[in-house]
Ligand binder design. Sequence first.
Ligand code: MRU
Length: 361
Amino acid sequence: MNIDGVPYRTIWRASDGAVSIIDQTRLPHEFAVTSLTSLDDAVRAIRDMQVRGAPLIGAAAAFGLGLAMAADSSTDALDAAMHALLRTRPTAVNLRWALERVGERLRQCPPDRREAAAFAEAEQLCEEDIRSNHAIGAHGLGLIRAAWESKGETVNILTHCNAGWLATVDWGTALAPVYAANEAGIPVHVWVDETRPRNQGASLTAWELAHQGIAHTVIVDNVGGHLMQHGRVDLVLVGSDRTTACGDVCNKIGTYLKALAARDNDVPFYVALPSSTIDWELDAGRAIPIEERSALEVSRVVGLTPAGERVAVSVTPPESPVANFAFDVTPARLVTGLITERGVCEASRDGLARLFGEVRR
Ligand code: MRU
């Protein structure tokens, strides 16, 4: 996507061999590009969410293996790097998927070829992610177009967290159809859930949409149900961090409540995901490991003062315990459809099998 006329991806290999990322912890107030030069840098970037979003976490892990191999290309170092990267964020399956894919390729190479092979595979994975997300945009566009044709006026889409281009290498998943609709001249307006505790909606999705000139409104997380009751949401579009072989969808905490409200109000609830986000080894969403993050993300809010200083302020009594579950699972029965790079399907084993028969367990 373009930032002030300059095309960017969220991650790329710089000419000095380092890996460049857009540091998402600084947005929306500062656009900063940071260099990762070691495995430790890559581990920290994923763990501390300088890069986040399921597909981007996978890409960052792949580049992390390249950085690890540049320092030590032995099989022991490869095992240690895979272990360190895998531990950073447990829920998004793209991390495991990318590590297994690159790791397998590296094990087939002699150590002196592993660095080049890891970076080549990471680049390849990025290209595939971009192609998949672009295709998701084209398939999701059909749904938005249909809503526009039946309604004849602006299509109101509600989204949760950030499943835009910042969550991927480019284009995004849930926002790819929104960008495609905007390009096609279909009037859209996006309700952006702020997405506590880290506010990926308020700080990242809103920033993306503002830069693309797409009409949007930031709302607090509990507003969606009210808007749906009053006919002000035409469809819900969210991403996924892990989708099971039966179509259960794990996504940012709060997604399940949006799906319940959507079902109660007959609002279509779609999930956009590349197939790298499908966990073919799991049937039931209950088996997905749910990341629990630092209590500080809940007990403190980070923002800019009027003087432009970035500060964190406490919002809870110091003696109150805090829990911070990062994801929840929306059962397949509440999902109207899955938008994948191969088309839209029912959220079910049969629906997924129809599109991905050859990769099933
Ligand atoms: O904790 P995050 O910011 O990595 O969570 C991201 C999400 O939940 C996204 O909705 C998800 O990764 C879908 S991605 C394109």
